[in-house]
Design a protein around this ligand. Structure first.
Ligand code: PLP
Length: 503
């Protein structure tokens, strides 16, 4: 299996090369040249497997330059029960009966309590194996721009992984206090954290610029290092996310909810950078029976407008919301969807991305718009709607959700109202533990944001709801702060080189 660049399809590299490099030199993203196909018989076989077995099977189809033992070891290390608090790393939790069949896919049982762990626990294993295949012992320098959850999950995944150094940039006022504390207390000898004076898009643009700056790359090469990415643009991040959609469907086959061949599900995803929902799209293209992909946004509703109109326009106010991991105006992974929907038209995709870069806006053609209409439903909800969804879910189902998941639940309700599609079962991707956002969740439930420190609020939430505080969050309170560096956007490159000691 080879990988092409979305901006130049004559680029053709191995999986190891795509993962080691992160992004193509032309600024495009790596995409598989074809997608393996799964029949109903294949799904029936997957259904009999553990999560780890399902991951092994699906990863093997894409990582054809890896040996089976390499993939097996990566999967085993990543999804061990001691890291995910149980045998099943991605269980289906809630089933609502009555007028809807709604299943909540809990993706936050990993060490940092957010869905990013599903990919970032395995990426370091895939990356170090890729590096040893293609780049002859160079040290991997991982740069991460985070809107909150990726940073911590990447730090935790890469900590003390031999042959790697990791540096995370986060927007100074754009993450929750708990997210900030999670990052600034990170342990490990190869980890670095820096706040930037800007928002997430600034951080992401800054990181992309450093990646593609030839002078900077040259400097690293002289010191036997090379940049790589743990952001969701890295194929090694996206691929593991395909697994849990197959897994959830197979679990539903196991419960009898899916009882005939080809029975379709709706998949609802609270979306920021378009990575998680793109994985669901690829799963559908590989044969998973999907009716609609429901793309849920918060007040930063650039994707809702895009899905409805075909115009992607980032020229709009940026809102800081209670679902900060979705406070994004440039959804990088959309580029991969466009590449697929244009039938691999690299020149067209490159021209849209250039227009986005130059003018902040592009309009897709009628062919792509029609394909999107067929498969996607886009919706958004404001802060009021987010809070209402948390409160309603707790009061009616006794089930506690975080603000990101709440956005998905709210948009799913809008979808039901608009379409009356009560028949199709829905899988809601639940992307974070409510305890990562205790103040916002308390406010939704009680009208007050809670008293005292972040940890007091966590305790209050537990007492109020009778739910258990996840161990990784309970443990944070004891940990000393290790990082307090702040830089401006122009200073990001210097910060990286300084940290590596190679200015
Ligand atoms: C990252 C994140 C999202 C958005 O996922 P994308 O893949 O960027 O669309 C949603 N919710 C939470 C909690 C996240 O951490």
């Amino acid at each position: 299996m080879k990988y092409n660049s979305t901006r130049n399809r004559s680029v053709s590299v191995s999986a190891a090369q795509a993962i080691a490099q992160g992004i193509s030199a032309d600024g495009g993203l790596f995409v598989p040249e074809s997608l393996p196909q799964y029949s109903y018989e294949d799904l029936c076989k997957l259904k009999e497997m553990t999560y780890q077995g399902r991951a092994q099977r699906i990863l093997s189809d894409f990582l054809t330059d890896f040996t089976q033992p390499e993939i097996e070891e990566s999967v085993r290390e990543a999804y061990s029960p001691n890291k995910f608090g149980g045998e099943h790393p991605a269980p289906l939790a809630l089933q609502q009966n009555g007028d809807k069949n709604m299943y909540v896919l809990e993706l936050w049982h990993g060490p940092t309590c957010a869905f990013k762990d599903m990919a970032l626990q395995i990426l370091p294993h895939l990356l170090t194996k890729s590096m040893s295949k293609v780049s002859g012992g160079k040290k991997a320098v991982i740069l991460v721009a985070t809107s909150g959850d990726t940073g911590k999950a990447a730090l935790e995944g890469f900590r003390d992984v031999a042959g790697t150094e990791i540096m995370v940039f986060y927007p100074q006022d754009g993450v929750s206090p708990m997210q900030e504390r999670q990052m600034n207390t990170q342990e490990g000898g190869n980890v670095h954290v820096c706040a930037i004076q800007g928002n997430f898009d600034d951080a992401q643009t800054g990181v992309k610029k450093i990646f593609t700056d030839p002078a900077c790359g040259q400097k690293l090469a002289e010191h036997n290092m090379m940049f790589s990415s743990a952001n969701s643009i890295n194929w090694g991040r996206l691929l593991p996310q395909i697994v849990y959609y197959f897994s959830a469907y197979c679990d539903l086959m196991g419960t009898g909810e899916m009882d005939y061949e080809g029975e379709k599900v709706n998949i609802v995803v609270p979306t920021g950078n378009f990575g998680n929902i793109l994985a669901a799209y690829y799963a559908m293209k590989m044969g998973l029976p999907v009716n609609k992909l429901i793309c849920a946004s918060n007040e930063n509703n650039v994707l809702t407008d895009f899905i409805r109109t075909g115009v992607y326009n980032k020229n709009r106010p940026f809102h800081t919301t209670s679902s900060p991991s979705m406070d994004i105006l440039v959804s990088s992974n959309l580029e991969r969807l466009l590449y697929d929907m244009t039938g691999g038209n690299d020149a067209l995709v490159a021209s849209w991305m250039k227009s986005l870069n130059d003018a902040g806006v592009y309009t897709v053609n009628a062919e792509v718009k029609a394909k999107m209409d067929e498969l996607f439903y886009g919706g958004y909800c404001d802060e009021q709607g987010t809070k209402a969804a948390i409160k309603e879910m707790f009061e009616t189902e006794n089930y506690l959700i975080d603000p990101h998941t709440a956005v998905a639940v709210n948009v799913y309700q809008q979808y039901l109202q608009e379409t009356g599609d009560l028949e199709t079962p829905a899988i809601i991707a639940s992307t974070a533990s409510p305890y990562k956002f205790a103040a916002s969740v308390l406010e939704a439930l009680t009208g007050e944001r809670g008293q005292g420190s972040e940890f007091d609020k966590v305790a209050e939430l537990s007492a109020l709801t009778g739910t258990q505080i996840p161990q990784p969050i309970a443990d944070l309170q004891q940990k000393p702060l290790r990082f307090a560096q702040v830089c401006n956007i122009a200073g990001m490159e210097m910060a990286v080189l300084g940290t590596l000691g190679i200015q």
